[in-house]
Design a protein around this ligand. Structure first.
Ligand code: SF4
Length: 334
C-alpha cells in the first residue's frame, strides 16, 4: 500500500484565474506560504505517525502550479525532501502543474530533484471549453507536455473536470478518448463546483452558468470511469476531498463528500442490471459482490435496491458476499 504525504501550496506560481478556481478556499489554506522547514516538519510528522509498512512513500506538492514557481522556490521545497529520499524513507516526489509549464529543461530539473510523478491539470481536451474556462493553455500544450513526459519516463497523471462552461456530452466523450490516447498512468475526475470569489460564482449569479446536478455528474463520471477502466487507466480519485473551507465557500454544484462512492455504486447498479437483464428470468440467479462492498452495492440510502425494485428486479436474484472477490465487481454465480 502506498503512502502519499500531501503538502498544499495554494495558488502559488499561478498568474492565471480559471473561472472555477479559488485555490485558497478549495485547499483550506489561508496562511503564509509553506517553507522548506515546514516541509521537513510535515514529512517527519507523517513518517513518525505512520505505523504501517508502505510499499512506496511519496511527498506530494498539490494545489498550485509547481513548475511555475521561481526556481529558487522550487529548489527550497524540493531540497527539503531530499534528505528523506537519501535515508530511503521517501521514494520520490509528486507534484501538480499546468501543461504549459512543462518543457525539457523543467523535466530535467525535476528528475534531478527526485520527482517521480507529474500530474497535469488538463481539465478538458476542447480548446473552446479551455478558453471559456479561462485556463490560459490549449490542447496542443497538453499533447506537447504529455509527449515530453512520456519520453522522460516520469509517471504521469491527468486531472479532468466535469461540467465546465461550454462542455457537451460530445466534447466530454472526445476528451476522454483523447486522454486515453495520451496514455497517462492515472486520472483524477473532479466535478466543477461553484465556490465563493470565483469567476464562476459571478457567472452563476448572472444566470450564465448552470452547474451539473449531482445525479447527472454521477452518471457522467460513471461513464468516464468505465471507459478508463476499459482502457486500463486507473481513476485514482473522483470528487474533491471534503473540507470545512470548501463546504463553507460552496455556492452550488454537484458536491457530495463521498462522490466517488456514489459513482462506484452507480457502476455496480449498472453491472447488476446488465447481469439480470441477460439472465434466464425463470431460473433466478445468484449474484456475488465483495464483502466490503455491501453498502456500495446497496447505494446511498439503499438507492440501488429501490431502483432494482422499480424495475421489478429485486426478487429475481440472490445476493451473496465473497470476502475474496475484487472490489466493485458484480459476478453471476449460477
Ligand atoms: S491554473 Fe487555474 S486552477 Fe490552477 S491554480 Fe491557477 S487559477 Fe487555479
Amino acid at each position: 500500500m502506498p503512502l502519499v504525504i500531501p503538502i498544499f501550496i495554494p495558488h502559488e506560481g499561478c498568474p492565471h484565474c480559471c473561472v472555477f478556481c479559488n485555490q485558497q478556499k478549495i485547499s483550506g489554506f489561508t496562511v503564509e506560504p509553506v517553507t522548506g522547514e515546514d516541509v521537513t516538519r510535515i514529512v517527519t510528522t507523517w513518517l513518525e505517525r505512520s505505523e504501517k509498512e508502505y510499499d512506496r512513500v511519496q511527498v506530494a506538492f498539490y494545489g498550485g502550479s509547481f513548475t511555475g514557481l521561481a526556481r529558487a522556490r522550487q529548489d527550497e521545497l524540493l531540497a527539503a525532501v531530499v534528505p528523506f529520499v537519501a535515508q530511503g524513507r521517501v521514494a520520490s516526489i509528486r507534484l501538480s502543474t499546468r501543461p504549459d509549464y512543462i518543457d525539457r529543461d523543467i523535466i530535467e530539473f525535476l528528475q534531478r530533484h527526485h520527482v517521480g510523478t507529474v500530474e497535469l491539470g488538463v481539465q478538458s481536451m476542447s480548446d473552446t471549453v479551455l478558453t471559456l474556462s479561462g485556463r490560459g493553455h490549449n490542447v496542443a500544450d497538453v499533447v506537447r507536455a504529455m509527449g515530453m513526459l512520456a519520453q522522460s519516463g516520469l509517471e504521469t497523471g491527468i486531472q479532468l473536470m466535469l461540467g465546465l462552461p461550454g462542455e457537451s456530452r460530445r466534447i466530454l466523450r472526445k476528451t476522454v478518448e483523447q486522454v486515453i490516447g495520451l496514455g497517462p498512468d492515472f486520472v483524477r475526475i473532479y466535478p466543477v463546483l461553484v465556490v465563493q470569489n470565483s469567476m464562476l460564482a459571478t457567472l452563476y449569479a448572472q444566470g450564465q452558468y448552470q452547474p451539473l446536478s449531482l445525479n447527472k455528474a454521477v452518471l457522467m463520471a460513471a461513464w468516464m470511469k468505465k471507459r478508463f477502466d476499459q482502457a486500463g487507466i486507473p481513476v485514482v480519485r473522483m470528487g474533491l476531498q471534503a473540507g470545512k473551507q470548501l463546504e463553507k465557500s460552496l455556492i452550488a454544484g454537484p458536491w457530495h463528500p463521498a462522490f466517488g462512492e456514489l459513482v462506484q455504486s452507480r457502476l455496480m447498479f449498472n453491472q447488476t442490471r446488465r447481469l439480470l437483464g441477460q439472465a434466464d428470468s425463470d431460473s433466478g440467479i445468484t449474484v456475488s459482490v465483495s464483502a466490503r462492498d455491501e453498502s456500495v452495492f446497496r447505494g446511498m440510502k439503499s438507492q440501488n435496491i429501490k431502483r432494482l425494485r422499480q424495475l421489478h428486479l429485486v426478487d429475481s436474484f440472490k445476493l451473496v458476499f465473497d470476502p475474496d472477490q475484487p472490489r466493485h465487481t458484480v459476478v453471476q454465480m449460477s
